[in-house]
Design a binder for this molecule. Structure first.
Ligand code: FEO
Length: 169
């Protein structure tokens, strides 16, 4: 059984995952309209993954005797200066999510909720992978450069990175 404190904190995380999903959706849409099809596909997939993160939390809260809540999602940024800015923002956002997950884990220990602590370990690993992925993508921007040819090369490399990530899992 969840304590009210943990239930509230998990519901806050549900809202954050919903925002993350929309954040990536806006990035995907911008990439799509710019003709950056691999980056668009990458962010559409990211958006779907964030929706899954949100649902996983909803299921957990409901299964643990609480009520998983769906709340209003604020509008994410829709305009970006470049594909590179998008990936920088994505990493920044993932770092924020990692901090949020870590705070939740801390709260579980404080409240002696070992079941939720255990459940959250999946998110701890996931955040490690997300940050690793975005750091490797930002490394790539330093190699390709940011001129139009670099952008083209960068976009085509994105599809390979996603495939490599799937192989490592
Ligand atoms: Fe579910 Fe990428 O945070």
């Amino acid at each position: 059984m969840l304590s009210k404190k943990i239930e509230t904190a998990l519901n806050e995380q549900i809202a954050k995952e919903a925002y993350a999903s929309n954040h990536y959706l806006a990035m995907a849409s911008w990439c799509e309209k710019e003709g950056l099809r691999h980056s668009a596909a990458f962010h559409y997939t990211q958006s779907e993954e964030e929706t899954q993160h949100m649902r996983k939390l909803l299921h957990y809260v409901n299964a643990a005797g609480g009520h998983g809540l769906v709340s209003e999602v604020k509008e994410p940024p829709n305009d970006f200066k470049s594909i590179f800015e998008i990936f920088e923002l994505a990493l920044e956002h993932e770092i924020k999510v990692t901090k949020s997950i870590n705070s939740l884990v801390d709260l579980c220990l404080k409240e002696k909720d070992y079941s939720t602590f255990n459940f959250l370990q999946w998110y701890v690993s996931e955040q490690h992978e997300e940050e690793k992925l975005f750091n490797s993508i930002l490394d790539l921007t330093r190699i390709t450069g940011t001129d139009p040819r670099g952008v083209f090369f960068f976009d085509s490399e994105i599809s390979k990175l996603r495939a490599e990530e799937a192989n490592e899992k």
